[in-house]
Design a protein around this ligand. Structure first.
Ligand code: NAD
Ligand code: TDX
Length: 337
């Protein structure tokens, strides 16, 4: 059995990963530790909750005693650290929790991993640690880190710390840096689900600045498959970029969603730009393709169709979310829009 501690497994990518792995592997014992912040949702994990190889604990990755207890009780040999405060706009509204969870929390996990001699620690990072690109060029694993938001600076700090633990203690750390994900169970504060849901509710679609910022999109299952490969074959001390070569301007995505839902472009509202808004992200994923044999399988248009379908069919899931704490956040971020 592979005893794996997965943190943040009730969030968007973590829950997709757990559902994906447990539907195809019976030699993984997964311990999911999640604080269930506003972004964590156990409804995402309904299909695995009775699986004998799945155990859930509500708790914080900064809690040393709890982490120690879990490592001991489940003889943890692998850690995949998804847990994070993950939203750039929230990090601009208030940054402290970002450093507490993303930096201190990662430190607690790395220290425990050192004490218990684990076999692999995968730090789930992001392309945002590289900063912003102009019209040309791509992020490679050698691109210097130059994070611009409180969120991305906390992720970059965690990356550097994880690599230092490899260098100093020979801890088998591997880092993945993926581009923007989309797919089922994504919290509706992020661009694609926010636009789908606002469209379905005939609400204005808030586009920051001129709408020409570029993001490089990947379907969440392609990301999960890449993490699975890194788990199996990734080399300690290495960083692997993950991206599906799908650059899109924000405004083009918004217009595409409007078109697919037969709504008018009049719903678009250009609003004040995000402070320090990164202009363009674009990932070069040659390394993981050549060294581990990964390649993206999903095509943007059809995976976006599937994602839209999912939000249409799972109205209950997002209606419960947008009627809760989300309302306060929405008001703070978008005013009366
Ligand atoms: P998410 O916000 O949907 O989920 C984060 C999860 O972590 C939630 O379930 C939350 O409850 C949990 N969590 C937060 N603080 C915690 C703490 N202190 N202790 C335990 N659990 C805690 O985020 P996501 O989009 O699923 O992202 C997962 C990871 O992938 C993050 O590390 C993020 O930086 C990284 N990432 C995300 C993207 C993306 O496009 N969403 C792209 C690249 C990398
Ligand atoms: O209302 C909006 N209007 C808008 O124009 C929102 C929410 C976003 N945007 C723009 C900002 C970005 O240019 O859309 C783009 C995407 O925004 P987000 O969905 O907030 O993602 P981003 O800031 O690019 O960060 C995401 O990708 C990298 C994830 O949230 C991070 O967790 C991940 O590390």
């Amino acid at each position: 059995m592979k005893n794996v501690l997965i943190t943040g497994g009730a969030g968007f990518i973590g829950s997709n990963f757990i559902n994906y792995i447990l539907s195809r592997k019976d030699d993984w014992q997964i311990v999911n530790l999640d604080k269930l912040t506003y972004a964590g949702n156990l409804e995402n994990l309904k299909s695995v909750e009775r699986n004998k190889n799945y155990h859930f604990f509500k708790g914080d990755i900064t809690n040393r005693e709890l982490i120690d207890y879990l490592f001991k009780k489940y003889s943890i040999k692998y850690v995949i650290n998804f847990a994070a405060e993950s939203h750039v706009d929230r990090s601009i509204l208030g940054s402290e929790i970002f450093y507490r969870t993303n930096v201190i929390g990662t430190n607690v996990l790395l220290e425990a991993s050192r004490r218990y001699n684990i076999e692999k620690f995968i730090q789930i990072s992001t392309d945002e640690v590289y900063g912003s690109l102009s019209e040309e060029g791509y992020f490679t694993e050698e691109t210097p880190l130059s994070p611009n938001s409180p969120y991305s600076s906390s992720k970059a700090a965690a990356d550097l710390m994880a690599l230092a633990f490899h260098h100093t203690y020979n801890l088998p750390v591997v880092i993945t840096r993926c581009s923007n994900n989309y797919g089922p169970y994504q919290f509706p504060e992020k661009l694609i689900p926010l636009m789908i849901i606002n469209c379905l509710n005939n609400k204005k679609l808030p586009v920051y600045g001129d709408g020409l910022n570029v993001r490089d999109w990947i379907y969440v299952i392609d990301h999960c498959k890449a993490i699975e490969l890194v788990f199996e074959k990734g080399k300690a001390g290495e960083v692997y970029n993950i991206g599906a070569s799908c650059e899109m301007k924000n405004i083009d995505i918004v217009k595409l969603i409007l078109k697919k839902l037969n709504k008018s472009d009049d719903l678009i509202e250009f609003v004040k730009d995000r402070p320090g808004h990164d202009r363009r992200y674009a990932i070069d994923s040659t390394k993981i393709q050549n060294e581990l044999g990964w390649k993206p399988e999903f095509n943007f248009e059809s995976a976006l169709d599937y994602t839209i379908e999912w939000y249409i069919k799972n109205k209950d899931w997002w209606e419960r979310i947008i009627s809760g704490e989300y309302l306060n956040y929405y008001k703070k971020q978008y005013g009366d829009l």
